[in-house]
Ligand binder design. Structure first.
Ligand SMILES: [Mg+2]
Length: 372
């Protein structure tokens, strides 16, 4: 099998206004993503999503389009799509970073390679190690506390048993948001906070104990992504477990977090880590160090979400019962694929079981998303 074409589509998706995410990392109201479509000479096609958000990875829609068309496409044309590892190694040698764009290429390659074996990607990667109906949590941005309380009540009524709150810039309001929600939802709903690197080390050490009355499960990325020594210091002084998210894009960053014992859990996902295989490698190294993994999110659309589901299913160290995952992007968008949308029920996501990533996209509908 040979790759005959790589088509790159820019798409625009509006976040439902009531769910616009505001965090210490900024505001996310519109998604300008890139879809990769890899075409082969035997009729199989693969799809991937570059979930590019400038204030997250530095990648933009225009930059991703250029990276994919000018640098990655030439590596792919004429090659065997089932040589996923070899192709990604050559792409890594062509371009540094560009995590989400590389992940889109890898998704499309794995989509084809698994379809060629008539398997879902999780089977292709060694079989399901987790249930195919996975508990998720809902994420609530820097909302007014009363508004956060209302959203929390609504989500619990829909069946969510875990909620995550963005906190950081306003300690008293942040605390009040969590307090009101805990009072409203009772003791059995699992709560945690994510500062998206919004605290200094001193602030984190001061603020985390203030949340103890609200029975949180963990604190995500309390200090900036570059400060792994600081993260280790926070962890050493924290009464709550610490999760590393923005601190771990690349393998070497995972190694550093593990070596410095800076986290109890590492958040991984295909986009941030440059592909499912690199996320799995991080999970493997974390497992050797006795550290759990969790699936984070960048508000993926259905395609990127399908890849996250495949990773969650395939990876034993993604401890879904202990850390409900952030596989929730599609809930934030009004637009869904015409067929084969990711399914959610009562605070769970269903891993697609069809061949490849399990999506059934058409070029026409992706082009419509570009015109939207
Ligand atoms: Mg996070």
């Amino acid at each position: 099998m040979r790759i005959t074409d790589v088509r790159i589509h820019c798409i625009h998706l509006q976040i439902k206004p009531e769910f616009v995410i505001v965090s210490s990392a900024g505001k996310h109201a519109e998604s300008r993503y890139v879809i990769v479509q890899i075409v082969t000479d035997n009729g199989l096609q693969g799809w991937g999503e570059a979930t590019v958000v400038p204030n997250w990875s530095g990648e933009t829609q225009g930059g991703s389009f250029a990276a994919l068309s000018d640098y990655m496409k030439p590596v792919l044309i004429g090659r065997d799509p089932e040589d996923v590892t070899g192709l990604m190694r050559d792409i890594d040698a062509t371009m540094l970073d560009n995590w989400f764009s590389k992940a889109a290429v890898e998704m499309a390659l794995l989509d084809i390679a698994a379809q060629a074996k008539k398997q879902p990607v999780y089977e292709y990667l060694g079989g399901a190690k987790n249930p195919l109906r996975i508990p998720i949590k809902f994420s609530i941005g820097l909302r007014e506390p009363e508004n956060a309380r209302q959203i929390a009540i609504e989500k619990v009524a829909q069946g969510f048993t875990a909620l995550k709150f963005k906190v950081g810039p306003d300690p008293e309001k942040d605390l009040l948001r969590v307090k009101l929600v805990r009072e409203a939802v009772g003791p059995n709903i699992r709560l945690n906070i994510d500062t998206n690197g919004g605290w200094t080390v001193a602030e984190a050490i001061r603020e985390i104990p203030r949340y103890l009355p609200f029975n949180l499960e963990y604190v995500e990325q309390p200090v900036p992504r570059w400060n792994i020594d600081g993260l280790a210091k926070v962890r050493a002084n924290s009464p709550l477990p610490i999760m590393a998210d923005e601190a771990v894009f690349d393998l070497w960053q995972a190694d550093e977090v593990l070596a410095k014992k800076a986290a109890d859990c590492i958040s991984i996902y295909p986009g941030k880590n440059g592909g499912i295989l690199k996320s799995m490698e991080i999970a493997k190294r974390a497992e050797s160090a006795g550290v759990a993994c969790h699936i984070g999110s960048n508000l993926e659309w259905h395609l990127g979400t399908a890849a996250m589901c495949q990773l969650a299913a395939a990876c034993a160290n993604v401890q879904v019962a202990r850390f409900p995952v952030d596989i929730l992007g599609p809930l934030y968008y009004a637009r869904a694929p015409r067929r084969g949308a990711i399914e959610f029920d009562h605070g769970h996501v269903h891993v697609p079981k069809g061949a490849g990533l399990g999506m059934q996209l058409t070029e026409d509908e992706i082009k419509e998303l570009g015109a939207a």
